[in-house]
Design a protein. Structure first.
Length: 491
């Protein structure tokens, strides 16, 4: 047995997060850890990595009781983690981030040549040796940053590797590449804890699965002897019904029309979205999916084309202008773009329409709180109360707060960029239902997603991007059609 955690309990003040949890990992095993947001997965793994200390329980490594008091202890015992939220320092280079705090030195001086050589070796292992080790991490795409995080963990020569939503920001090709790396690590005896909400991945790459619910251990299953429905029941304690709700679209007039849109990276974009319609946007990472939304929303500078909202020209040069016109935007990166982590749930949920609650510059807290509490209940946001800092919530619950923020402006058009990234299966079902309800109320929705089943199930039509241009718009396409267009097969 590589890792054995027994009776792990943890509380933050009066809130019990874990209670008597057991978890075991064998050498050369890929073990999925699943549960709804707030179930305690991240807390359990942070205890294993030395970020938190358990209130009770024991940890054994290779059969020996092993107190892990800090992250240095974890590293000494070969335990490394790839966090869901990226932890690179934007101003440092790729290689400086990879070897931060353990730089190779020669007579006390950092050996830059050796550091660059070693960095390239680990990047090559992931198939991204063309990435410049000297480039600042902050200039990389989210997907590239994720690959650097993975390379950094590999450089630690870890025997226990924890992957928290490792593919959330990766393209299909990068994901397949990662699966190959995981298989290689497994063959070398590395034990991998795989935390993901993507059920297809769990059944594709994992050997076993352990499920937590409300801070307690529910059970362990061998992947070959279980199925999707059983795992969902274990996670949520109930039947969840069909994975995707039935779409009953009633389309109205054209709400958003885009003609020959272009910015620095995309060109020739033409589409329209009707009231009550969900238009999905698919394509490989870097194809220009998010750029369409950012250009219309005034984040990127439009260099050509025309945008109309309800038949009137819209030339938003800033997000404020787009919001004033009635467009909301659930961005891909909630941590840096969607939330102010130091503010409360209440403050974040009303950030987009704060003026609604102000009278002569004074906020009506009672009115604000009533609306926020309604959204907390509606979105099933797990929080102690509305005054809790949003950074204290799990990733999925943070995403629900972002959603609640935009629902507060009653948008005519809602842009969704990876709306269920890092959200558990139960939370996804709730968000899908909200999307359907918004569409039925007449909101036009444009949704970018890297999860192809999500795009196909939730969209009335799908626009496919390929290398900055529009490969086509399809009504109810199948997965093969979308992927063929996304890889340039239909051009």
């Amino acid at each position: 047995m590589l890792i054995q955690m027994k009776g792990i309990s943890k509380a933050f003040g009066p809130v019990r997060v874990l209670e008597g949890v057991d978890f075991a990992l064998e050498r050369g095993e890929i073990h999925a850890l699943m549960g709804e947001n707030g179930a305690g997965k991240s807390t359990l793994m942070k205890i294993l990595c030395g970020v938190y200390q358990a209130d009770s329980g024991t940890i054994a490594v290779d059969g020996k009781d092993t107190p892990i008091k800090n992250t240095s202890d974890a590293e000494k015992h070969g335990i490394a983690i790839i966090h869901q939220e990226l932890n690179l320092i934007p101003q440092l280079s790729v290689m400086e981030n990879m070897f931060l705090g353990r730089e190779p030195r020669h007579f006390g001086v950092i050996n830059t040549i050796k550091m660059r050589t070693q960095c390239l070796e680990y990047l090559k292992l992931l198939g991204i040796e063309n990435l410049d080790p000297d480039v600042e991490a902050g200039t990389l795409s989210i997907g590239q940053q994720q690959m650097v995080e993975i390379a950094k963990a590999l450089s630690l020569n870890a025997q226990t590797l924890i992957m928290d939503e490792p593919t959330a920001a990766l393209s299909e090709r990068e994901t397949e590449k990662l699966f190959g790396i995981i298989a290689d690590l497994k063959s070398r005896g590395v034990g991998i804890v795989y935390v993901s909400h993507r059920m297809e991945e769990i059944f594709k790459v994992c050997d076993k699965i352990s499920v937590l619910r409300d801070g307690q251990f529910v059970g362990e299953r061998v992947i070959a002897h279980t199925d999707f429905d059983e795992i969902v029941r274990m996670m949520v304690g109930r039947e969840i019904g069909d994975r995707f709700p039935v779409r009953q679209a009633t389309l109205g007039e054209v709400r958003l029309k885009v003609s020959d849109l272009a910015d620095a990276t995309i060109s020739g974009i033409n589409f329209e979205v009707r009231a009550g319609e969900v238009l999905g946007i698919a394509g490989l990472m870097g194809a220009g999916r998010s750029e369409i939304l950012k250009t219309i929303f005034g984040i990127n500078r439009k260099v050509a084309g025309r945008v109309e909202l309800d038949g009137q020209a819209l030339n938003a040069t800033s997000p404020a202008e787009a919001i004033a016109a009635g467009i909301g935007f659930v961005t891909e990166d909630r941590k840096s773009q969607g939330l102010v982590l130091g503010l409360s749930v209440r403050e974040n949920a009303t950030l987009a329409n704060l003026g609604k609650y102000a009278r002569f510059g004074v906020i009506n807290h009672a009115e604000q709180m009533a609306v926020v509490q309604r959204e907390i209940d509606r979105m099933h946001i797990r929080t102690r109360d509305a005054e809790l800092e949003v950074k204290s919530l799990s990733g999925g619950n943070q995403q629900k707060v972002v959603f609640a923020k935009w629902l507060g402006i009653a948008p005519k058009v809602l842009f969704l960029d990876e709306p269920t990234r890092g959200v558990d299966v139960g939370g996804k079902a709730e968000i899908y239902q909200i999307i359907n309800e918004l569409a039925q109320s007449g909101v036009a929705i444009v949704m970018v997603s890297s999860e192809l089943p999500e795009v196909l199930a939730m969209s009335d039509r799908v626009l496919v991007m390929h290398q900055g241009t529009q490969a086509g718009i399809f009504s109810q396409p199948d997965a093969e059609t979308v992927m063929t267009a996304a890889t340039g097969g239909l051009k």
